[in-house]
Write a protein that binds this ligand. Structure first.
Ligand code: GLP
Length: 244
């Protein structure tokens, strides 16, 4: 779906999320949201915060699972995805802290494997994601599933691509400060969601959107695996869609 700009597109995504939250809450059930970081979903979160403040949208019945976190990463660090989510969403809505799940960047290396299995189990126990929001990296990554990731991959520790680290260098004040690793949900984990929305704006994303949509499915561009599912929507602005 192509929108004139990221603002109208983000409203559409936020309203879909709000519909899911309200529908689940009317049945006395939890809504399980898979959330993404990066610049792309910022306006979606802003619209959700507005709906909370002005329209009484409540997050009391919401459980969230974030896609990824840098490793190692302290949650109090400004670059952490914990800080990002608090700043853009969690600090401004009535979500219960115990319902927030973000991969833990502070673990020892030998704890990571078990932790990742537990993260998967928590998602399954919560009933799977009702909706998963995704951005896309210029390498074609979703979450931090870089080229080479398997379509059935689970939550795990990964090595970041050079281009991904270059793209993150501004936030970290230099590429040398960007962690080389991350903990990410796998592509198989993402497919546990009943509905998936991949968001992309700006000309910068146009070449990778073309590859994700039009190229044959392969690990070279992990986002091509989304072609497997019926329940995926690409939500684009005109610039991101300009090479399709
Ligand atoms: C990071 C995140 C991804 C995100 C990507 C794109 O790598 N781990 O989940 O999709 O950045 O970021 P942006 O939205 O800032 O372009």
């Amino acid at each position: 779906k192509v929108f004139p700009d990221k603002f109208s597109a983000s409203k559409r995504v936020a309203h879909r999320i709000a519909d899911i939250i309200n529908f689940k809450s009317s049945k006395g059930e939890n809504a399980v949201l898979g959330l993404a970081t990066g610049q792309t979903p910022v306006e979606v979160y802003a619209e959700l915060v507005r709906m909370h403040r002005e329209e009484g949208l409540s997050f009391k019945n919401v459980i969230t699972f974030n896609l990824d976190e840098y490793y190692p990463m302290n949650p109090t660090s400004a670059q952490s995805y914990v800080a990002f989510m608090k700043h853009h969403l969690f600090d401004h809505v009535d979500i219960r802290p115990e319902n927030i799940n973000i991969p833990d960047g502070t673990l020892n290396k030998d704890e990571i494997h078990d932790y990742c299995l537990k993260y998967e189990n928590r998602i399954t126990e919560a009933g799977g994601m009702d909706i998963q929001i995704l951005g896309i990296g210029r390498t074609g990554h979703i979450g931090f599933n870089e080229p080479g990731s398997a379509p059935n991959s689970g939550t795990r520790l990964v090595t970041l691509d050079d281009l991904t680290r270059s793209d993150a260098s501004r936030e970290f004040g230099g590429k040398e400060n960007v962690p080389t690793k991350a903990i990410t949900m796998g592509i198989g984990t993402i497919f546990k969601a009943r509905e998936i929305m991949l968001l992309a704006w700006n000309k910068k994303k146009a070449p990778i959107i073309k590859r994700a949509v039009e190229e044959k499915m392969s690990g070279d561009v992990p986002a091509t695996y989304l072609q497997m599912s019926e329940n995926v929507e690409f939500i684009l602005d005109e610039d991101a869609a300009s090479e399709l």
